[in-house]
Design a protein around this ligand. Sequence first.
Ligand SMILES: [Zn+2]
Length: 145
Amino acid sequence: MEMALEEARAAGERGEVPIGAIVVLDGTVVGRSGNRTRELNDVTAHAEVAAIRMACETLGQERLTGADLYVSLEPCTMCAAAISFARIRRLYYGAEDPKGGAVESGVRFYAQPTCHHAPEVYSGLNETEAADILRTFFAGKREMS
Ligand SMILES: [Zn+2]
């Protein structure tokens, strides 16, 4: 989780919304990324999707069966779906996101009958720190404008 927070901070320093994600398989980090939507001009380049892409490329496979994903913020609907499609075993996240989340908030993607693989979910890891990174970032944005 510390590494996910590092990726979040690094994303913030690049001017991206500070969210970070890590994919771990058998104790090895196989994917890590922060948000890259601005850098790549790609609305799908959320930290979770970018980390999953990197892990799939590293391993040369389409699915990440048995891998765990750590992310600083509750995943959105798109990322919750990507995590499901990648067959992630466990999802660990930090802060909840009542406005944009899709795991325990919003559409509760994994509880839907159309979801065919749900990871085990562990929320609230380093929750305060994860939320502070976002709060500080957006407070800074408001001051600048
Ligand atoms: Zn997302």
